[in-house]
Design a protein around this ligand. Structure first.
Ligand code: PAF
Length: 263
């Protein structure tokens, strides 16, 4: 696997592949890769001639400095996972090269990014959309693969690609879960053993037919600090219950399709 650190070099290599007629699938990540990322990478490998990944802990999307400094960095393990699934190319830039403007330019979305997680994490989606737009512009990818766990992020990126007429298909992939139902996340490693036992309740309740109020109540009783549980409705993408809740210091998010039952 080739590791590229310079955006200009990345852009040139991938442009050359596209000109030759190769399809490119990219998985954008912040590293600390787990089985959820592995499933995205496998899909990119299966569906494209060139399977690419990026690892960049994007400072502009962290609304909380402590969260950024605590974000796990496991580059050696990440590289071996990427190699095992047959990734061809890894982009691992430095912050200065991705933000030559010192983040004076940013992507603003004025609706969905202010709802759900956006209400509680000011600036988060602006940072996500800005870095993803940069990755889309320099990667010439046929497809970008994103996990359904971050449902709001997936929808915002998909709509941004449509809004800016970017010729990359944004592909959503099912959430990978522990046997308990807990969605895999790089943050799960920070849960205590007691919190790890409680954490699967979030998914169990979201996929039940309980009302939103009942879900919130059960979570609070179990020791979660609920940020929100809200319905997402879209004529194209259907209905989902989206939630964010803290267990101790760890913020968990999850979502589930909602097809029936009172809200
Ligand atoms: O989901 C993530 O890991 C990040 O938000 C992403 C899409 C890589 C952008 O930094």
């Amino acid at each position: 696997m080739d590791i590229v650190r310079e955006p200009q070099k990345w852009q040139q290599i991938l442009r050359d592949y596209r000109r030759k007629g190769d399809s490119i699938g990219i998985v954008p990540t912040m590293g600390a890769l787990h089985a959820g990322h592995r499933s995205l990478l496998q899909r990119a490998r299966e569906e494209n001639q060139i399977a690419a990944a990026s690892i960049f802990v994007n400072p502009s999307q962290f609304d909380n400095r402590e969260d950024l400094t605590r974000y796990p960095v496991t580059l050696d393990e990440d590289i071996s996972l990427l190699e095992k699934v047959g990734t061809d190319l890894l982009f691992a830039p430095q912050a200065e090269s991705m933000y030559p403007d010192n983040y004076t330019y940013a992507v603003t979305e004025k609706a969905l990014s202010r709802e759900y997680c956006g209400k509680y994490r000011p600036g988060h989606f602006e940072g996500v959309l800005t870095i993803v737009l940069k990755l889309l512009l320099i990667s010439h990818a046929s497809r970008m693969y994103m996990g359904e766990k971050d449902w709001q992020q997936y929808v915002l990126v998909k709509r941004m690609a449509e809004a800016f007429l970017i010729d990359t298909e944004i592909v959503s992939c099912p959430t990978v879960r522990e046997p308990s139902g807990l969605a895999l996340s790089s943050r799960n490693g920070r849960l205590t053993s007691d919190e790890l036992e409680k954490a699967p309740l979030l998914h169990q309740l979201l996929s039940s037919d309980r009302t939103i109020e009942a879900i919130k109540e059960e979570l609070e009783t179990a020791g979660f600090r609920v940020e929100y549980v809200e319905i997402f409705n879209d004529p194209e993408l259907g209905s989902r219950l989206l939630a964010a809740a803290y267990l101790g210091k760890v913020r968990l998010i999850d979502n589930a399709k909602r097809t029936q039952g009172p809200l």
